[in-house]
Design a protein around this ligand. Structure first.
Ligand SMILES: C[S@@+](CC[C@H](N)C(=O)[O-])C[C@H]1O[C@@H](n2cnc3c(N)ncnc32)[C@H](O)[C@@H]1O
Length: 234
């Protein structure tokens, strides 16, 4: 595959994560995350910001601040055309106090030592700089390297060196339940034709049902919330 085609493929993957289709099993949480991140990022002036994306292979949230930043650096274990530096979150190859904003979305669950990864993010952030984190709380294991799930108490403990921590559930327990059913339906089905059928019938219906439940505020329960977003200030 040519470099241009690879860049387009990674960007397309990022776009699908930022603006998923209704047939995406994770539509509810991804849409909610976009809403939360847009709101949080809108609070700050990021002109001339130097941004780091840890696990930045596809950079779904880059376009939310694209026109306002000075530099965007992506570090990831895997080299793709969007990755600037191949590196490990456990030992970030940057000096201390140099980033205004760090994205770390859906990466921490793969870090063998999340405490170390967070300590590294804290080290490289400028004083007053922000971390935007998104982590799974409930999700079927997706690979052998998938190691952790995070609940609010653990997140607060992990982030205790930060001066402010704002935690937002990416939907209620109903969303968590529907997302889990969607993911299980699609990933436990090996027949491709049946998988497509589910994606175009049951998955969108359940996604719409979840939206209705959130709109009607049927529950504020978050004990089965699928993911949490976090805004933490150094
Ligand atoms: C599920 S993808 C998430 C991509 C993107 N951040 C997002 O929100 O969609 C996880 C990414 O984290 C990277 N990753 C996993 N462990 C890492 C580590 N210890 N250091 C740096 N990157 C890591 C993987 O290579 C992968 O690209």
């Amino acid at each position: 595959m040519s470099d241009t085609a690879e860049i387009q493929q990674s960007q397309e993957e990022g776009r699908r994560r930022l603006r998923p289709s209704l047939t995406d099993p994770s539509w509810l949480v991804l849409s909610k995350r976009r809403e939360i991140f847009t709101q949080w990022l809108g609070r700050f002036d990021h002109s001339n910001a130097i941004v780091l994306d840890v696990g930045g292979r596809i950079q779904p949230y880059r376009s939310l601040i694209n026109d306002r930043l000075s530099r965007y650096i992506a570090v990831d274990l895997r080299l793709t055309p969007l990755v600037d530096i191949v590196g490990n979150a456990a030992q970030l190859p940057f000096r201390s106090d140099c980033f205004d904003l760090v994205f770390c979305t859906q990466m921490l669950e793969y870090a063998p030592d999340p405490r170390q990864a967070i300590a590294e993010v804290h080290r490289v952030l400028k004083p007053g700089g922000f971390l935007l984190l998104s982590v799974p709380a409930v999700h079927p294991q997706d690979s052998e390297r998938d190691a952790w799930r995070f609940l609010p108490a653990a997140l607060r403990e992990l982030l205790k060196e930060f001066s402010e921590v704002d935690l937002a559930p990416e939907g209620s327990s109903v969303t968590g339940l529907i997302r889990t059913i969607n993911v299980c339906l699609v990933s436990f089905t090996s027949a491709v034709a049946l998988q497509s059928l589910l994606r175009f019938t049951v998955v969108p219906m359940l996604n719409l049902l979840g939206t209705l439940s959130e709109m009607l505020k049927l529950t504020a329960n978050t004990s089965f919330t699928a993911n949490f977003s976090v805004l933490a200030r150094k």
